[in-house]
Design a protein around this ligand. Structure first.
Ligand code: ATP
Ligand code: MG
Length: 266
């Protein structure tokens, strides 16, 4: 059996491959030692490939002769494979990996180039959500956020222009959390706070993606990373922001497994 792992800061993404059958799995990075022990005990003969920030750590503790690859190379290979499988045939595009932090890349016929990173990502979503509401479960955060309304929290462009004509759409966010005034705190619910936190992350990474795509002369922006998975609020905002700029957002199904998938072939 081939076991390919993207050992990220928050989650280990795992692809088990046997007889061309592919199984995806995830394990919290906090449980990395238990997972290593399980691999040593239950899969002593597996062909193990690892990428991601915790790849070296895992290889030091595994009994296997591990094949390690660079995260950015592996992710690009896996992403291209998923895009092919999902009939997305574009060559020149930018992509954002919204993981614990966010990493953004340019891709063309010659391969990928990492264009930069931002500390605003899935870790920001988790950390701010917990500080504001005490909720630390990702699924709970995203499902409660769906019921929220961030009107009392975010300051919109039309709030500032107050009825006068604005040079950009009035519905755009002028300042994330900029509408919070002391008197409003009592009417803000946890659901509203969570939605505003997700919006802060979604709008920040979308704006980075849009600017990067603009400079790279492409209209295609591809999004991957566990932060987006089953996260309707995040996906809606990404789709809206990117489309508003006349660009094309692409959210890849199982995109968070790009690194694990690609590591298998490097
Ligand atoms: P990095 O690549 O930055 O080292 P990573 O590879 O671990 O980190 P991802 O797995 O792509 O990052 O994304 C992690 C984010 O996904 C978390 O910060 C959180 O917002 C979100 N997430 C989705 N599902 C879960 C989950 N079950 N547990 C924790 N976080 C989750
Ligand atoms: Mg990652």
């Amino acid at each position: 059996m081939k076991i390919s792992i993207d050992a990220g800061g928050t989650l280990l993404k795992i692809v088990y491959m046997e007889n061309d059958e592919r199984v995806f799995d995830k394990v919290p990075a906090l449980e990395i030692d238990d997972f290593i022990e399980k691999l040593n005990k239950n899969h002593p003969d597996a062909d193990i490939h690892i990428t991601g920030g915790k790849a070296e750590y895992m290889s030091r503790r595994l009994n296997h002769d591990v094949n390690i690859s660079i995260e950015f190379d592996a992710t690009y290979i896996g992403l291209k494979q998923l895009m092919n499988e999902q009939d997305l045939h574009i060559e020149r595009f930018v992509y954002l990996n919204v993981g614990t932090g966010t990493s953004f890349h340019q891709a063309d016929a010659d391969g990928q180039k990492r264009a930069g990173g931002s500390g605003v990502g899935g870790g920001t979503l988790m950390g701010l959500s917990y500080l504001l509401t005490g909720i630390d479960d990702f699924d709970e955060i995203v499902s409660l956020a769906k019921e929220g309304n961030r009107d009392e929290i975010d300051l919109k462009v039309h709030h500032i222009y107050a009825g006068d004509a604005s040079p950009i759409p009035g519905d755009l966010t002028a300042s994330n959390f900029g509408n919070v005034k002391s008197g409003d705190r009592k009417i803000v619910r946890h659901a509203d706070e969570l939605q505003a936190v997700i919006a802060l992350v979604a709008e920040t990474v979308s704006t980075i993606g849009i600017n990067l795509a603009d400079g790279f002369e492409t209209e295609d922006i591809v999004f991957i990373g566990s932060t987006i998975r089953n996260n309707d609020v995040m996906m809606d905002i990404i789709n809206r922001y990117v489309s508003l700029k006349g660009m094309q957002p692409h959210i890849i199904k199982n995109g968070e497994f790009s690194g694990a998938l690609g590591a298998m072939y490097v």
